[in-house]
Design a protein around this ligand. Structure first.
Ligand SMILES: [Zn+2]
Ligand SMILES: [Zn+2]
Length: 325
């Protein structure tokens, strides 16, 4: 196990670990399997699809722009209502309260793919079964197997000092309930039927939550293992196009580990980054300021450094940085 400095982690009780096992490891795949079984031979209502799609979009932006780029890495600043809205959107994704999510993620950046990283796919070794085990660990296993969680007092004192974020933390159980009940209530009211309530609860609640979880966690597993690299990060972070597509830009993970505070992760041509586009839009509307856009010169310098170190791998590193911010 990691030999961490005193105070970086806190003990997790058996009860809590079993709760994580049920809520974070077991329930999402069960929901997905049930989703396929229910869909087999039975149509999904258009309202179910609409609610699931809307909540998916809110959740992914809530995690990517809210929890990750705003709260964890402080890539931009914004007015208080916008900050609270992003914290709520992230909390609705059911990946934990904002301070805990940010604490685990800051620890991930400090120790990425080394002892101390809470979820490296390389935790057990580099090949064969060890890597498969590592991928499962990075995807969901660590929620249950880790006997210690990141200590919030150590990792996120700035967020703990923010009364708004503390309120979102305290309201997390209610927000989690709302994440299921809101789409169910909307489905019931708009179709004026109990069937509409239950199918919306199932599709836009349970199945959406499972999909959002595994899409987000693919960044921790897949984008630290497969894909290409254009920059020489000190870890194994990589770029995976389909992960970037599903996570609205988070799959361009290689640059993110070079410059974690950068508001844009997809810095090369062709690397579409909807989360950066949303931050840009907010900036234009006056709802975001002090945005840390990456410098094209720095991107070029890092790409050149990678090319110099890897003369045999010109493909991924040869793309030029995008011109616009
Ligand atoms: Zn990472
Ligand atoms: Zn990060």
């Amino acid at each position: 196990m990691a030999d961490l400095a005193t105070g970086e982690t806190v003990h997790v009780s058996e009860t809590r670990r079993h709760a994580y096992l049920i809520v974070l490891v077991v329930l999402p795949p069960v929901a997905l399997i049930a989703g396929v079984a229910v869909a087999w031979g039975r149509a999904v209502g258009p309202l179910d699809v609409l609610f699931a799609f809307v909540l998916y979009t809110v959740n992914i932006f809530g995690i990517s722009v809210g929890y990750h780029r705003l709260l964890t890495h402080r890539s931009f600043r914004c007015p208080r209502p916008v900050r609270v809205a992003f914290a709520l959107a992230g909390a609705l994704a059911l990946q934990g309260p904002p301070t805990l999510w940010a604490a685990e993620h800051r620890r991930h950046h400090k120790y990425s793919d080394r002892p101390g990283d809470p979820h490296s796919p390389w935790a057990y070794g580099d090949t064969g079964f060890a890597l498969l085990r590592g991928l499962l660990h990075a995807q969901v296993g660590w929620f249950y197997s880790s006997r210690r969680r990141s200590n919030r007092e150590h990792w996120v004192p700035d967020l703990l000092a923010d009364p708004d974020i503390r309120r979102v933390d305290a309201a997390y159980p209610a927000i989690a309930a709302a994440s299921f009940l809101l789409p169910a209530a909307a489905g019931g009211l708009l179709s004026w039927s109990w069937a509409g309530f239950w199918t919306a609860l199932f599709w836009a609640g349970l199945v959406r939550y499972a999909v959002v979880h595994h899409v987000t966690w693919s960044v921790n597993s897949i984008a630290h293992c497969f894909g290409d690299r254009a920059f020489s990060a000190r870890d194994r972070s990589s770029n995976v196009r389909w992960v970037a597509l599903l996570t609205f830009g988070e799959g361009w993970h290689n640059w993110h580990h070079i410059e974690p505070t950068s508001a844009r992760h997809g810095v090369l041509k062709g690397q579409t980054d909807p989360s950066a586009a949303l931050i840009r839009l907010l900036e234009r509307l006056g709802c975001a300021h002090d945005v840390r856009w990456p410098s094209p010169a720095r991107v070029e310098m890092q790409a050149n450094r990678h090319r110099a170190r890897n003369p045999m791998h010109q493909d991924a590193g040869s793309r030029s940085p995008r011109e616009r911010r």
